[in-house]
Ligand binder design. Structure first.
Ligand code: NAD
Length: 371
């Protein structure tokens, strides 16, 4: 069970809340229009014109109703703190996705003989993307702050593979490693450990990252620094470490950075400015490093997921049913994604099926960012 601290909101968020910032401009603020008479009742000759004016910048905020900006604004009362490790719910590999199949597909999607590293691979999206790499033929190293959970997940991935592929001659090698990705020494140490176990690395998926909700004015500075440390520094540090290894080996490779649709849009109603900025940084890091490392045969792409239903988001939404309605009402597909909806995207970008794709941002968001 997550403790109450996990969801500290005051007051509890509600769809029926009044939109903020609808108070009239104070008189000291000069309006864009120079015509003061436009705010005077009776200025327009017809009621229709008055209605339209009330919905335009000719009128004071709130003039056309309390709904102004209602679905496009953040709500400072939504506050969700990322839980401590011991409070994070565990995840399981998905079932029924990994068995041998005999349908034709492109050989270039196979990751046979490759070694992939997944940061944040102990649970959530990282775990399921690691499963996609294993299913596609790779050996995998799970890297996480929570080594115990990563070990459990590594064992489950192999058990799951065995159950779904009873005739397989060879089991995948899946290992678990501790790292705090925001710490350069810890990153290097974990990579050395992985190289000792696996001999090489061909693919990297950077899924270690987290989000929190505080309005910008009250965001605790130390938490903001921590968030950027994991989401931005952590992505950068692991990518550089793996690229260095690939360059030393003179081997091609593919790096997939997990961004978020929040790197391109501003989510509502939960306020999360530092997270959004961190994910915009991840997206542009992918493009920048794609250009820098193109001549070395190292591809770098970004996957930007929309709202995905992980064990953690399930818990948050159980406590905030109104939030779920609000989120799904803003997604053209009308549904949140499941972690397994990223399996194809990560396999495509990690494999030779995407040899000419680098510096791209693949949005897996049910068209959220199209509207
Ligand atoms: N779940 C979503 O809806 C969603 C949507 C868009 C993007 N994302 C992004 O996907 C990634 C994975 O999210 P998730 O939902 O699976 O989260 P999660 O919390 O379920 O899993 C994240 C994992 O990262 C690990 N981690 C955290 N800090 C770390 C550190 N300093 N070093 C190493 N490991 C660390 C955690 O222990 C955890 O196992 C994150 O970058 C997140 O921002 C998630």
């Amino acid at each position: 069970m997550l403790r109450g601290r996990f969801l500290r909101r005051a007051p509890r968020w509600s769809l029926t809340h009044q939109p903020q910032n609808t108070q009239a401009f104070p008189d000291c603020i000069r309006r864009f229009t120079s015509s003061a008479s436009r705010f005077t009742p009776g200025f327009s000759s017809s009621k229709n014109v008055q209605d339209h004016d009330a919905a335009s910048t000719a009128a004071a905020p709130g003039k056309s109703g309390a709904h102004e900006g209602q679905y496009a604004r953040t709500d400072n009362s939504v506050r969700v703190e990322y839980p401590d490790q011991k409070e994070l719910p565990p995840s399981r590999p998905v079932q029924g996705r990994g068995g041998l199949h005999y349908k034709r597909t492109l050989a270039s999607f196979s990751l046979e003989g490759r070694v992939g590293v997944v940061t944040g691979g102990a649970r959530g999206l990282g775990l399921v993307m690691a499963q996609a790499l294993v299913t596609s033929g790779a050996d995998v190293a799970l890297v996480d702050l929570n080594k115990e959970e990563a070990e459990r997940s590594a064992q489950e991935l192999v058990k799951n593979f065995e159950a779904e592929n009873p005739d397989s001659e060879k089991l995948p090698k899946v290992t678990a490693h501790y790292a705090d990705v925001s710490d350069p020494a810890s990153v290097d140490q974990s990579l050395q450990e992985i190289l000792k176990e696996h001999g090489k690395v061909d693919n990297l998926v950077t899924s270690a990252g987290f989000t929190e909700n505080f309005d910008a004015i009250s965001y605790p500075y130390d938490r903001m620094k921590k968030l950027w440390g994991v989401n931005v520094d952590g992505t950068y540090l692991y990518a550089v470490a793996v690229a260095k290894h690939l360059m030393e080996r003179k081997a091609p490779g593919s790096i997939v950075m997990i961004g978020s649709m929040s790197g391109a849009i501003v989510n509502v109603p939960q306020p999360q400015a530092p997270y959004n900025a961190s994910k915009a940084a991840v997206r542009h890091l992918a493009s920048s490093l794609a250009v820098e490392w193109a001549s070395a045969g190292i591809r770098v792409n970004c996957i930007s997921p929309g709202y995905m239903l992980t064990a953690l988001t399930k818990k948050i939404l159980d406590d905030n049913p109104e939030l779920q309605k609000k989120w799904t009402s803003l997604i053209p597909v009308g549904k949140m994604g499941r972690p397994e909806d990223l399996m194809g995207a990560v396999t495509f970008l990690a494999s030779d099926a995407s040899l000419y794709v680098t510096g791209a941002d693949l949005r897996v968001d049910g068209a959220y960012t199209c509207t």
